[in-house]
Design a protein around this ligand. Structure first.
Ligand code: AGP
Length: 617
């Protein structure tokens, strides 16, 4: 997820673009760049890291140009660097493009354009778009139709803005899968990935829909649909404060990111399962696990997997243990990274060590990977921040593509980690005894998860009401079995880090071996009890708690009429495959912790004593 800004109008573009980039920086801060049209020349600047680096690169001068585009990057393809920073240019340096999204077929387009003597400078998928427009212009002549024709060849997601010094009085923008909108001001138009870069100028906004593009000139705009031509697009009046917009109207980044999970999971699945499901490809497409033939073959032969991670990522590893053993029959051990490197782990070339990390910078996990490398193990990674150290130091790996996670409490990164780990389990399984039918059934159900999560998010108000009923309690026991034992641990962690209330996650079967001693009417329990293979076992645990006068809040499967007779309160989740229930059961827990933290008046985005990325041991 990157940030795009564009400007055309009566004022100097540079200050508006820089201000806009700063507003969008939370969307990604791997690099920044700007291109301003000035007297048929293009002033083009790019810098690594924050927007402030770009400002120092430009210096004091303010260009007079009234048309320009700019970008702040969240790297997906190609590591953070100046050469991979946007805007990207065509060979003749007349066409400049900024892009948010992923062009899935960029490799095949790239090799086609190379045959037509286009020279590529970066590793990005985006640069293909600039060269493709240049190629189309040989026939189309004008910019609008060249862009339109280029879009027809693109597969994947994009929000783009394009300028061309041959056409200095227009900007072409287009959207498919990634947000893009523009503000209609007095003699000016401001283009952006979200309203936060626009609301300082106007609150009259045109939202592009998927498959739409627009030609914006100094005094007018015209929107077209790729399929059906001209669209009479009206503006929408937006009454948000600029800060509010950055949170898309949500009160906190944490809540916004909880609501972003359907999209984040769709992003994690993009380009990875369709071929497997629709075209009968042997297994999900995880290019990052096949950087070369040697590693691909090495992964085929591994006989043991050790997962190293911390915090919420550690709990994702615990869920993956069940998934990978079930799908691939490979023994899995999950280690807290901070312990792993100080133990004497037995590793050999038949063992792979998999690091899971949202930030890719957690020192404990990084050091665990370095220890594994030292001992000759193959190292793999599941990481959200592209180009981060763990991503660079592991031999191979898969990116989540969940987008930047700003709330310190990990939410969408966790569920997208579970999705990627399940794709890895399916991929390893298909390389071993898992049948195509079984694999396809799981992958097909996985594609339904985003809409099932939407359904749970629809219960947010009810969950908030339940929280107000339980906000006086100072202790919680969170309990689950099998796939949902780690989710009980994750739920307890969310309650702890967001509301500072003591919560203990426990395997439901272990409860009677000690923790039940704590139970009384002031010590409620939260049970994760979907209709799965261990349902009856969890129910008996609930009855043991009720027998001691304990209060029970349950997360159960829709249509389960028995549960409401035992539990004091129930939050229902849709029915799905047992292996996928963790992806649904965690959502009410995230919302529960969020509303509890807010009801107790805490800053849920920046909880005390915590940091988003723990880069110290
Ligand atoms: C989770 O909400 C916390 N932010 C923390 O436990 C986190 O999961 C842990 O620090 C690991 O971070 P990583 O995924 O970036 O490596």
């Amino acid at each position: 997820m990157c940030g795009i800004v564009g400007y055309i109008g009566k004022n100097k573009a540079q200050p508006v673009l820089i201000e806009g980039l700063k507003r969008l920086e939370y969307r990604g801060y791997d690099s920044a760049g700007i291109s301003i049209l000035e007297k048929s020349k293009v002033k083009h600047f790019r810098a690594l890291g924050r927007v402030s680096n770009l400002e120092s690169k430009i210096g004091e001068k303010i260009f007079d140009g009234r048309v320009g585009i700019a970008h702040t990057r969240w790297a997906t393809h190609g590591k953070p660097s100046v050469v991979n920073a946007h805007p990207h240019a065509s060979c003749d340096k007349s066409i400049f493009v900024v892009h948010n999204g992923i062009i899935e077929n960029y490799l095949e387009l790239r090799s086609g354009l190379k045959k037509k003597r286009h020279v590529f400078k970066s590793e990005t998928d985006t640069e293909v778009v600039a060269h493709l427009i240049e190629e189309k212009q040989k026939k189309q002549k004008d910019l609008f139709n060249s862009v339109k024709s280029a879009l027809a060849d693109l597969r994947g997601a994009y929000g783009i803005a394009v300028i061309d010094k041959k056409f200095p009085d227009e900007i072409i923008v287009a959207r498919k899968g990634s947000p893009l909108l523009f503000g209609v001001g007095k003699d000016e138009f401001i283009i952006s990935s979200d309203a936060s870069a626009i609301l300082g100028h106007t609150n009259k906004i045109v939202y592009l829909n998927d498959g739409e593009l627009a030609k914006i000139t100094r005094d007018d705009y015209r929107v077209f649909s790729l399929e059906s031509g001209y669209v009479n697009k009206k503006t929408t009046k937006v009454n948000w404060s600029q800060d509010g917009a950055q949170k898309d109207g949500f009160a906190h980044y944490m809540l916004k990111e909880i609501y972003e999970q359907p999209q984040a999971i769709a992003n994690s699945l993009q380009g990875r399962v369709n071929h497997f499901i629709d075209e009968g490809l042997v297994r999900p497409t995880l290019g990052g696990l096949a950087p070369n033939r040697d590693i691909e073959n090495h992964i085929k032969k591994i006989e043991r997997l050790v997962i190293v991670s911390c915090g919420t990522s550690y709990y994702a590893g615990l869920v993956a243990e069940y998934m990978i053993e079930e799908c691939a029959g490979i023994p899995v051990e999950v280690e807290t990274a901070s312990e792993f490197r100080y133990r004497k782990p037995i590793l050999n070339s038949k063992t792979a060590v998999l690091a899971i990390s949202q930030s890719g910078e957690t020192a404990d996990t990084l050091e665990a990977i370095r220890e594994a490398k030292l001992k000759g193990a193959l190292t793999l990674g599941v990481v959200n921040v592209v180009g981060s150290t763990i991503a660079r130091e592991t031999d191979a790996g898969v990116y989540n593509h969940a987008g930047p996670e700003i709330g310190v409490a990990s939410t969408k990164a966790f569920t997208s980690q579970l999705v990627v780990l399940l794709l890895i389990a399916l991929s390893l399984g298909r390389q071993r005894d898992m049948s195509f039918i079984d694999g396809k059934e799981v992958a097909t159900e996985l594609k339904r998860i985003p809409q099932l999560i939407e359904a749970i998010l629809g219960q947010d108000k009810e969950i908030k009401k339940i929280v107000s009923k339980y906000s006086k309690y100072k202790n919680w026991l969170c309990l689950g079995r099998k796939y949902n034992f780690p989710i009980a641990l994750e739920g307890a962690l969310k309650i702890k880090e967001i509301s500072y209330v003591h919560a203990e996650g426990y395997a439901a079967g272990e409860m009677k071996h000690g923790p039940i001693a704590m139970i009384d009417k002031n010590f409620p329990s939260l049970f994760i009890v979907p209709k799965d293979s261990v349902y009856e076992k969890v129910i008996s645990g609930m009855e043991e708690i009720k027998a001691r006068g304990g209060k029970v809040l349950a997360i159960a499967t829709e249509g389960d009429s028995l549960i409401s007779k035992i539990a004091d309160d129930v939050i229902y989740i849709p029915k799905t495959l047992e292996m996928l229930t963790p992806l649904l059961a965690v959502i009410p827990l995230q919302l529960f912790a969020y509303h509890l933290g807010v009801s107790l008046g805490y800053d849920v985005d920046k909880p005390r004593n915590l940091a988003k990325s723990v880069t110290v041991e």
